[in-house]
Design a protein around this ligand. Structure first.
Ligand SMILES: [Zn+2]
Length: 366
């Protein structure tokens, strides 16, 4: 029997035949040097929505392994949240898991009397949120430990970038003992980020949660459908928060703009999601293959995200040290193939970057 169980709010444990398989728990909010327990004092509706997302995050790790089982959730879930998850699974064309739980009617939050308004940004320390943190008037929020495979690199990037742009983030400490591999888990993760930030927004009255532009290919939480679903969920529960999509530039233009602003910024950002032990071994592997003094400190050199950033730098950053043409040609061919391999859906969208790189360095498109 598979169960999602909790001893207290902001915690979900996935239990299979009596053993705990994985868990995730929101610990506390950190504002400046103060630890804040305002999560504990959140209204029941806000607690419940976060608990629901934490549970589906654990289930989303590997939905196929639960397809023949019933997952029992030992706390009630409201029908509005359940509909959002059904819509996510429909979008992914994955059968919705068999969930056994009590369905309850949602309770709207009482309307805030505060007329304060704030713009909040989920700040991961990657290139896109760094771009928004620099160019938009926002209060950044970083969820420490949500991406538990790369949390130290991300936190260091967020701290260094915040210092550079002189904008102190709110931190939310998370203890994540799951090893999310499945992309449904990652997509629930993005929804979880929105609802946690919406809960933080409750202290301000009204909040806008800033997001980058829509991606329509396969990423539900960055699609128009997914974001309008989140907004209806927040609206119907009276959060007075909504996700606002900023139609900012393409990924290539974001990288170009950061390089133009200050080439050092990309050395600080952390977009690589490879786990810490793999990160070190990927770098060793990369260094045996290439004599490249320019590999960024937070790049593994192998994943699609790192390939994209390093490829863009070879095209647009005039400050990087020029090695001989043949070595650079070899490096570009390598990055192009890594990028296409990691982004089968995106490679066509980002074709321009690959086309420019392969023309400049005279290498064939894979
Ligand atoms: Zn990487």
């Amino acid at each position: 029997m598979i169960r999602i169980s909790q001893d207290k709010s902001f915690e979900a444990n996935l239990i299979n035949r009596g053993s705990r398989i994985s868990s995730i728990c929101l610990k506390e909010t950190i504002i400046g040097s103060d630890y804040d327990n305002s999560f504990e004092s959140l209204p029941e509706t806000a607690k419940r929505i976060i608990d629901t997302f934490l549970s589906f995050y654990l289930i989303g790790d590997d939905p196929s392994s639960y397809k023949d089982s019933t997952i029992k959730i030992d706390f009630p879930i409201d029908s509005v949240s359940m509909d959002w998850f059904r819509s996510l699974y429909d979008f992914r064309k994955i059968p919705f898991p068999k969930i056994q739980c009590e369905l309850e009617n949602f309770k709207p939050l009482s309307k805030s009397t505060s007329d304060k308004k704030v713009r909040l940004l989920a700040f991961s320390g990657g290139k896109d949120s760094s771009y928004l943190a620099i160019n938009e008037n926002v209060l950044p929020v970083h969820l420490i430990g949500l991406n538990n495979q790369s949390q130290e690199r991300e936190l260091k990037a967020v701290q260094q970038l915040s210092k550079l742009i002189q904008n102190d983030p709110i931190f939310v400490q998370i203890e994540n003992n799951s090893t999310i591999q499945g992309d449904t888990g990652y997509q629930v993760r993005d929804g979880l980020i929105y609802v946690v930030i919406a809960a933080i927004g409750l202290r301000f009255g009204t909040s806008e949660i800033i997001s980058g532009s829509y991606i329509e290919d396969d990423w539900y939480c960055e699609s128009e459908l997914g974001i309008s679903g989140i907004n209806s969920m927040l609206d119907i529960k009276n959060f007075q928060s909504y996700v606002k999509v900023i139609e900012h530039m393409s990924e290539e233009e974001v990288i170009k703009s950061l390089i133009k602003l200050n080439p050092q910024i990309l050395s600080i950002t952390s977009s690589c999601v490879i786990s810490e032990p793999d990160f070190s071994s990927f770098r060793r592997l990369y260094n045996t293959e290439f004599d490249d003094p320019e590999l960024l400190p937070n790049s593994c050199g192998l994943c699609g995200k790192c390939a994209q950033i390093n490829l863009s730098r070879m095209l647009f950053d005039s400050t990087i040290i020029m090695t001989d043409f043949e070595s650079r040609q070899k490096l570009v061919s390598y990055y192009v193939s890594r990028y296409v391999k990691s982004n089968p859906f995106k490679s066509l969208v980002e074709y321009d970057l690959l086309r420019k790189a392969t023309i400049k360095y005279n290498c064939p498109l894979p």
